[in-house]
Design a protein around this ligand. Structure first.
Ligand SMILES: C[S@@+](CC[C@H](N)C(=O)[O-])C[C@H]1O[C@@H](n2cnc3c(N)ncnc32)[C@H](O)[C@@H]1O
Length: 218
């Protein structure tokens, strides 16, 4: 797997099958904090228990960034993360990267312990397999959902209305889904699945990311 240094100095990789990098080349760690973790923080304000569903776990930067940000707000918050990932090859690279994320050692330990981690109020479990199938095994609802597949053109099965309906079943009433894409088709499918959307921050490009919440019933 070819290593790529992004503009903030953090490492990502190039995936030959999808012909894409795992993160924005403008900054992999920047993307994790600014497009995924920070816009989702509103969903966990004043909470002592937080559940995160990380769809397309990859190197785990989004989850690690979220742990940093949540603990910054509330050092005693209990955090449970379920990650969905189909490719063990990218998980094997976790031991080789050193992103500037304080909580990343937890991600490394989780991989060493056969994709499970539980200590000091943090629980992480990865479910390996195609997210289209593994989403059906997930129980309960989440405060935060990270949606981070490859681009809608290359990885279309995870940007459909029917997959978003599965995610909709697993988000809490005040939950927040964040994703980097602002593609018209992605936003239409999110709305059709029962989400309300707004622009997330513009990071490394002119277009915004997307923040989705449950649409009110009218
Ligand atoms: C853009 S990368 C995600 C980067 C990751 N969030 C991170 O912080 O490093 C997309 C990931 O989605 C995974 N993926 C693609 N299709 C999938 C599927 N159908 N089920 C589960 N994982 C999938 C790929 O293996 C890849 O790791």
């Amino acid at each position: 797997m070819k290593e790529v240094t992004t503009k903030d100095g953090s490492t990502t990789f190039y995936n030959d099958e999808y012909s894409e990098t795992y993160h924005s080349v403008t900054g992999a760690v920047e993307e994790a904090f600014r497009k995924f973790a920070e816009p989702a923080l509103e969903a966990v304000k004043n909470k002592n228990e937080v559940r995160i569903l990380d769809v397309c776990f990859g190197l785990g930067y989004n989850s690690a960034a979220a742990i940093d940000e949540i603990l910054k707000q509330n050092i005693s918050c209990n955090i449970e993360i379920i990650g969905l990932e189909k490719d063990k090859k990218i998980l094997e690279q976790i031991k080789n990267v050193e992103p500037a994320i304080i909580s990343y050692p937890v991600i490394k330990e989780m991989v060493e312990q056969n994709y499970k981690y539980e200590r000091n109020g943090i629980i992480i479990e990865l479910i390996i397999g195609d997210a289209l199938k593994t989403i059906k095994k997930i129980k309960g609802k989440f405060d935060i959902i990270f949606l981070d597949p490859f681009s809608p053109k290359k990885n279309p099965e995870l940007w459909t209305e029917s997959f978003f309906k599965e995610l909709r079943k697993h988000i809490k009433e005040d939950g927040i889904l964040t994703t980097y894409s602002c593609a018209g088709n992605v936003r239409r499918n999110l709305k059709a699945a029962g989400f309300e959307i707004k622009d997330g921050p513009c990071v490394g490009r002119r277009s915004p990311s997307t923040i989705a919440t449950i649409a009110p019933v009218v």
